[in-house]
Write a protein that binds this ligand. Structure first.
Ligand SMILES: Cc1cc2nc3c(=O)[nH]c(=O)nc-3n(C[C@H](O)[C@H](O)[C@H](O)COP(=O)(O)O)c2cc1C
Length: 161
């Protein structure tokens, strides 16, 4: 899936642990990479007055160019980061005002990467993302947790990506 995969990162630290994991993955696979913090993505708005921010344009680019989407998030308070949750909330735009782009997600696949300092990732961490994939008729490709400690990224887990 080399050329049709994008890793989308939502971390508050643009050069932090999640970035380090993403960098290893990109180096190994050649996947494309996008840091959500480099885009202007406003919170979900019932009036869709934010529809001229970067979200719709980015998602049009994603559905046109990629079949496999990897979301990468640190574990913040047992859950995905606020940046990642904000991005996922905006998928609602794809069901309400940008339906054609939303329909194009069908049949694509979704995978989740989490990063923290320990191997103790909450078992419920991935469930909302898995259910989101199911709701959007995307194929769920599972969750891999990367504990980052002083010994660095666990090499064998890179094999699952
Ligand atoms: C706001 C915040 C909340 C966190 N909550 C958790 C948590 O619930 N469980 C955990 O294991 N680590 C938690 N951590 C630690 C981070 O998961 C860990 O430091 C991670 O590697 C940070 O990735 P980053 O450098 O991409 O931000 C938290 C860190 C922050 C900043």
């Amino acid at each position: 899936m080399k050329n049709n995969t994008i890793v989308i990162m939502g971390s508050s630290n643009p050069m932090g642990n999640t970035y380090d994991v993403c960098s290893e993955i990109v180096k190994k696979t050649g996947y494309k990479f996008q840091d959500l913090m480099e885009l202007v993505i406003m919170p979900y708005d019932y009036e869709y007055e934010n529809s001229d921010d970067d979200f719709i344009g980015f998602m049009k680019h994603v559905v046109k160019n990629y079949d496999h989407i990897i979301l990468a998030s640190p574990v913040y308070w047992y859950s995905v980061s606020g940046t990642m949750k904000n991005f996922i909330d905006r998928f609602t735009d794809l069901l309400k005002v940008e339906k054609e782009t939303g329909r194009e997600l069908r049949g694509k696949s979704l995978q989740l990467i989490s990063v923290s300092n320990s191997d103790d990732c909450p078992e419920e961490f991935a469930k909302p993302i898995e259910r989101t994939a199911n709701y959007l008729a995307m194929e769920w490709k599972g969750h891999t947790h990367f504990p980052v400690d002083e010994k660095g990224i666990m090499e064998e887990r890179l094999g699952t990506i």
